[in-house]
Design a protein around this ligand. Structure first.
Ligand code: C2E
Ligand code: MG
Ligand code: MG
Ligand code: MG
Length: 283
């Protein structure tokens, strides 16, 4: 494209792309000090049992309170942190902070609340993952069953045994592994049997066809098939992006186990989960 438009002129003609690149560069160089200065924070989005609507736990979603740009979502900076390797200490911080939070919830509610934490592919290949996780759980006095690590389907496509080994060890210890954004990665379904996963998180794109009654019949069939496959492999099914009561009803009828989405709650401060869990306990 640059050639046909005549060398540098094509680049100069796209000032927005330049601005984006400059911002990206600025954000990238600011990442390490942001971690030191404590500019990251975590919002927790509740997960509910579809059967009775009670809270089962929450997913930890990291945000960056940038001094100039305000609150930035993970899509703006996680790819940059992955590129520079900062994702390893940042991911460790998210894990530590979320597990500490899970312990506080469990103490306050005396319930089996669980915390879901997202893992980047770079964290999977980092040799410290298993030991760091063990240490963090021990320091917080939290049992491994309180933790679910979410790994995207695309990160595990074609994964060799070297990549799966740390996940297997964590699974053996009692940590749940969830396959995030399931259905977007074109993975071989037969492949599921070799992965140490116990939860499928069905991507939002599948639940979108169910926002209204009657649902798109093809979407219904697909979700029905995935749920039956998952259950036959002893996997639980979590659905993402539930925004309407029609979706919640139809997904419950299809046998999905847990759900997450704006219909229940937006990601929010840790007190939100505490309040919801206490309301369950007294209702
Ligand atoms: P994800 O793990 O698939 O997380 C779900 C995303 O869907 C979140 O976006 C959440 O806010 C959003 N969401 C939840 N309910 C609804 C809904 O009903 N409708 C719609 N439209 N969206 C909903 P968010 O917080 O922007 O996070 C985006 C992605 O960033 C996450 O996708 C995850 O892949 C990544 N991420 C977040 N925190 C971390 C982290 O600590 N470490 C790593 N490695 N990745 C993270
Ligand atoms: Mg996730
Ligand atoms: Mg997801
Ligand atoms: Mg998703």
């Amino acid at each position: 494209r640059a050639k046909s438009a005549g060398g540098n002129r094509a680049e100069l003609a796209d000032p927005e792309a330049d601005a984006r690149a400059i911002t990206r560069h600025g954000l990238t160089t600011a990442l390490p000090s942001a971690l030191e200065r404590g500019e990251f924070f975590i919002e927790y989005q509740p997960l509910v049992h579809l059967g009775d609507g009670t809270v089962s736990g929450a997913e930890a979603l990291v945000r960056w309170l940038h001094p100039q740009h305000g609150v930035l979502g993970p899509d703006r900076f996680i790819p940059l942190a992955e590129h520079t390797g900062l994702i390893v200490p940042l991911g460790r911080w998210v894990l530590e902070e979320s597990i500490r939070q899970a312990r506080a919830w469990r103490e306050k509610t005396a319930g089996p609340l669980r915390i879901n934490v997202n893992l980047s592919p770079c964290q999977l290949t980092h040799p410290g993952l298993v030991q760091d996780t063990v240490d963090i759980l021990e320091r917080a006095g939290v049992t491994p069953d309180a933790l679910c690590l979410e790994v995207t389907e695309s990160a595990l496509i074609g994964a060799d045994d070297g990549l799966l080994k740390p996940l297997r060890r964590l699974a053996e210890m009692g940590v749940d592994i969830a396959l995030d954004d399931f259905g977007t990665g074109y993975s071989n379904l037969a492949n599921l049997r070799r992965l140490p996963v116990s939860v499928l998180k069905l991507d939002r794109s599948f639940t979108q066809g169910m926002q209204q009654y009657p649902a798109d019949p093809v979407d219904l069939k697909i979700v029905e098939g995935v749920v039956s496959l998952a259950h036959s492999l002893d996997l639980a099914v979590t659905v993402e992006g539930v925004e309407t009561s029609a979706q919640a009803d139809q997904l419950r009828l299809l046998g999905c186990d847990t759900a997450q989405g704006w219909y229940y709650a937006r990601p929010g401060p840790p007190e939100q989960l505490h309040t919801l869990a206490l309301a369950d306990a007294t209702s």
